[in-house]
Write a protein that binds this ligand. Structure first.
Ligand code: ADE
Ligand code: ZN
Length: 324
């Protein structure tokens, strides 16, 4: 096997850094920081990774991130992800982080930023991989909490390229965050939003028309609405699709019915990403390999998906052009 998926230079646009926390590192950081975890071993942690829906995963994800306390922890976490990504052929990563998962535990915005930016700078120097940070608001919290988080990010505008919206989707439509997204746009941030993972096509419409996003994260359920598909295609709106995540969170019942080919055939700018690689069974090349094994993703399709990753990246036009 040529392993084209790992060899082609690519961008990864949908990766939650807290979702790259491998069980081994979770135990190590728990010990380093004197934090009691309810898991005693790697096997016990992995045994908890049986999900039937997004909220099952989120409960474990928020527990897992409780071991992250110091700038060094965030640096170790991001460095490990960037090293794995580089080994998978990733040359540019746009990395989500969830400050509202850390602030209530007494971890400052500055601590998170110090750790993440130390790792991204080192990865650029030593691995030749560039990265951007995208701060996500937790949508199960209210808009006032997101507004306070945006205020904390404003002094870091040069190190955070965009804002996004993640966490529990159903019952938390994008329009709940219309004011904070407007203010983020006015401050110069790019905008992305998880929509249509579990939520209905209406949430994708809202992300487009109320928030005015630059990309949709997931977007699977957009396929239920033909006029929405035509709109996404006409706008060249990218979808950051996460196949292994979709399987593990039961967004698809079987990888054999994953809609990635339908998305490409409909003219959508679909990309392949890992979402939370530690929790969902693999990094970005594993996601390509899973599609190859299940639906026989062809070389031309792999190349189109990889080209899309650069089309959709928040990179200068000249840099993108080198990869297209
Ligand atoms: N936070 C981390 N991963 C997520 C996902 N797949 N959907 C929503 N929120 C998330
Ligand atoms: Zn995600």
């Amino acid at each position: 096997m040529t392993d084209l998926a790992a060899r082609l230079p690519k961008a990864e646009l949908h990766i939650h850094i807290e979702g790259s926390l491998e069980p081994e590192m979770m135990l190590r950081l728990a010990q380093r920081n004197g934090i009691a975890l309810k898991f005693a071993s790697v096997d016990e942690i992995r045994a908890a990774y049986a999900f039937t829906k997004l909220d099952d995963f989120l409960a474990v994800y928020y527990q897992g991130m409780s071991v992250l306390r110091t700038a060094e922890d965030f640096e170790d976490l991001a460095w490990a992800y960037l090293a794995s990504a580089a080994a998978d052929g990733v040359v540019h990563a746009e990395i989500f982080f969830d400050p509202q998962g850390h602030l209530p535990r007494g971890v400052s915005f500055d601590t998170v930023m110090q750790g993440l930016t130390a790792a991204t700078a080192r990865a650029e120097r030593e691995l030749g991989i560039t990265s951007h940070l995208i701060m996500c608001f937790l949508r199960h919290l209210d808009e006032a909490d997101a507004e306070r988080t945006l205020d904390l990010a404003l002094p870091y505008r040069d190190r955070v390229i965009g804002v996004g919206l993640d966490s529990s989707e159903l019952g938390h439509p994008p329009a709940k965050f219309r004011n904070v997204f407007r203010r983020a746009r006015d401050a110069g941030f790019r905008l992305v939003c998880h929509a249509g993972e579990e939520g209905p096509p209406d949430y994708v419409w809202e992300a487009l028309d109320v928030l005015g996003v630059d990309r949709i994260d997931h977007g699977n359920r957009a396929l239920e609405d033909a006029s929405l598909v035509r709109r996404l295609a006409a706008d060249g709106m990218a979808l950051t699709v996460c196949p292994l995540s979709n399987l593990r969170l039961c967004v698809v019942d079987d990888m054999k019915v994953h809609p990635i080919r339908r998305m490409l055939e409909a003219g959508l700018v679909a990309t392949v990403n890992s979402d939370d690689p530690s929790y969902f069974g693999g990094y970005v090349a594993d996601n390509f390999r899973a599609l190859e094994a299940a639906i026989g993703l062809a070389e031309g399709e792999t190349r189109a998906l990889v080209r899309n990753s650069f089309r959709a990246a928040f990179l200068p036009a000249e840099t993108k052009a080198r990869h297209l």
